[in-house]
Design a binder for this molecule. Sequence first.
Ligand code: ZN
Ligand code: ZN
Length: 379
Amino acid sequence: MASKRDYYEILGVSRTASRDEIKKAYRLLARRYHPDVSNEANADEMFKEVSEAYEVLSDDQKRTAYDRFGHAGVRGTGAGGFQDFGFGGVADIFEEFFGAGFGASRRRRRGPRRGADLRYDLNISFEDSVFGAEKEIEVRRPEICPTCNGTGAEPGTQPERCAHCNGSGEVRRVQQSILGQFVNVATCPICRGEGEVIPTPCNNCGGRKQVQQDRTMKVRIPAGIRSEQQIRLSGEGAPGTDGGPPGNLYVVVDVERHNIFQRRNDDILINLEINVAQAALGDEIVVPTVDGDASLKIPAGTQSGTVFRLRDRGVPHLNSNGRGDQLVMTQVVVPTNLSERQKELFEEMADSLGKAVVPQREKGFLNDLKDALGDMFGL
Ligand SMILES: [Zn+2]
Ligand SMILES: [Zn+2]
């Protein structure tokens, strides 16, 4: 191994240089030798060398060790020592120093990029949310142009290297400053960093490489889904660029309100009117459920606001077996427009029940309901 240069010499500072002087010297040299920026031969090596020198001299502990023992004092210190000083580490220091934007254009331009995720809003019925369904959706999304296969060039022609930046995608400008000269780099305005221009753009996409396509797709709606939940269709989003993978398509569900069923967690709530006689004498009544009609026995003396439970008639649990219940809340309806006969019967009943009324306690009927049901029916 060739003998290593002195760190102070590499940065061009004295052995008594302050932290600020060291920082300033590194900043200048790093700009000059950064491989994304520099035209100089051996820029990579020089950049590594100045970064290594800076890493040691900017750290008080390492600098002290270096001052006392030279290179031997800092070899193997830190994370693995400098033998493993990979380029990633150097780039990290550099970005910490100058911000990630500086010199990042090359990294941004090259290499595959994943396509964007897309969103599709889908309205489904209450029943579909309970039982699941398979839906067809029509999605308009960008796709790689089939005419040019994503090159942007008319078939039979080729993209050409950009003459303005010579294919690098960047233009460099030498700037003078009081600290010396450094090279400023910007994205090439002609090819927008692509390094290529298309002399004869594809007729189908106009050189944009992608076209909007309408696609019909099938979506499986799982039983038990609720509003705002989404279904991922992997790889059905926008295409990636430069060989990157496509994004995903997210189908976001909105469940329509049902006119009799209401959902709370995985239970289904229903409000059911019964008449005074059914409430007083009890009855077997027919109750609609999502599975069809079911029969429910209500006992004599059922009050308004009594809740009956029909087991396993609710919404299936989305990620496990089983399903919720249906809760039936009764509401006793007092008849209006009585026939003569009905009027007579009620008058007889009135005589037998007497005329006494019992004042309600301060807590009213609605409060009792709230206690019993929480926010179940939005009371
Ligand atoms: Zn095309
Ligand atoms: Zn260019």
